[in-house]
Write a protein that binds this ligand. Structure first.
Ligand SMILES: NC(=O)c1ccc[n+]([C@@H]2O[C@H](COP(=O)([O-])OP(=O)(O)OC[C@H]3O[C@@H](n4cnc5c(N)ncnc54)[C@H](O)[C@@H]3O)[C@@H](O)[C@H]2O)c1
Length: 335
């Protein structure tokens, strides 16, 4: 049995080797190249394909994989927006994904963004670099006692809510269109998004980006928030309207923002530039130069545990499908 892996990053080689050592009956080959119509033929002779990329999976590339006799396709991540499901169905693929690889990785990262913003770490870092070790005027505020609003309380939001409530002693409130039974006993749910927006000192969003939720946090929503609110987005860039965010920061309505995702992040994150100034993107330039905005390049998930789980779960599922066994995380591409 052979599995071909596309788009393997350097940091994924070690966990892949660990998986190979535990699955000596499987022949594994890989490339750092992503799956395109130019690279698809590398999978020749394989029974299954495992991939990960931010660029779309083209119909032509999928057709070539299909023509190689491969129908078992696994991705190492949760996002499926790179696929046109019709293409997958036309070519008879069965697709698996990794819906949960480490909610703690993202929840912890979101909590660090809150802490770094409230204790004005970017300003202290700048002062430190210039030899200024004075406290004044860079006084911080505490999370304890603040009202933290969590939008979306699934795998990640629920961990974030617990960290904020039990770790920091924040007054946590939450809004979810489908409240999480595991959190019901905490009594944190409010009935409407508006109520959360109006009451929170800090708001962190952890919902998927459904088309209806594009710019869920727009100028209208921001207008309902408290003056001096802090916003955290470790979910998807499209949930937050960049222009409304910039206007809110300019007016002081928003005291700070921690952003692990940006609507326009493709082409910026996962690339290396000579400097921040070399990034040809007005919104990025505007946000990146503010002391009260912290941008991390979609690294919230990026921990050893998460990468290990992405490799193991995707490889296990691909192997299961090839062996005619039940895979754990099959995607319903027909809905
Ligand atoms: N930054 C990163 O590295 C990273 C990594 C993984 C996931 N993510 C993102 O984190 C987000 C959350 O992921 P998850 O695994 O916790 O998802 P999940 O499906 O487990 O939970 C999402 C929750 O949001 C709720 N929800 C959906 N639409 C809503 C709405 N309009 N209003 C209120 N609640 C709503 C759902 O009911 C659910 O409880 C996703 O956007 C995902 O893409 C980011």
């Amino acid at each position: 049995m052979k599995i071909y892996v596309f788009g393997l990053r350097e940091d994924e080689i070690e966990p892949l080797n660990q998986w190979k050592a535990a699955n000596t009956d499987v022949d594994v080959e890989y490339t750092a190249d992503i799956l395109t119509e130019d690279t698809a033929n590398l999978a020749k002779g394989a029974d299954g394909v495992v991939a990960l990329q931010t660029q779309p999976y083209s119909r032509k590339a999928l057709e070539i994989i299909h023509d190689l006799g491969i129908s078992k396709f696994s991705v190492r991540n949760v996002g499926l927006d790179g696929f046109n499901f019709k293409d997958l169905n036309d070519f008879g693929f069965t697709l698996t994904y990794v819906p949960v690889y480490s909610p703690n990785a993202i929840a912890e990262h979101a909590s660090f963004l809150v802490g770094r913003l409230l204790r004005r770490v970017p300003e202290f870092d700048k002062k430190f670099q210039s030899g200024n070790f004075k406290w004044f005027p860079t006084i911080g505020t505490e999370i304890s006692g603040k009202t933290v609003g969590v939008i979306g309380t699934g795998h990640i939001g629920s961990v974030f809510a617990r960290i904020m409530k039990f770790g920091y002693g924040a007054n946590v409130i939450a809004y979810d269109i489908d409240p999480n039974p595991a959190l019901e006993n905490l009594g944190i749910y409010v009935d409407t998004l508006d109520e959360l927006l109006e009451k929170s000192d800090i708001i962190s969003i952890h919902t998927p980006l459904a088309p209806k939720d594009h710019h869920m946090l727009d100028a209208n929503a921001i207008a309902k928030m408290k003056n001096g609110v802090y916003l955290i987005n470790c979910a998807r860039g499209g949930l937050l309207d960049n222009q409304a965010l910039i206007d809110g920061l300019d007016s002081g309505k928003i005291a700070g923002a921690g952003l692990d995702v940006l609507e326009n992040e493709n082409g910026i994150f996962q690339n290396e530039f000579d400097s921040i100034e070399a990034v040809d993107d007005e919104v990025f330039q505007n946000l990146a130069h503010r002391d009260n905005v912290i941008i991390t390049p979609h690294t919230a998930f990026y921990t050893e545990r998460a990468v290990h789980n992405m490799i193991f779960d995707s490889m296990n599922d691909n192997k299961a499908m090839i062996s005619g066994k039940k895979a754990k995380n099959i995607v319903d591409t027909h809905k």
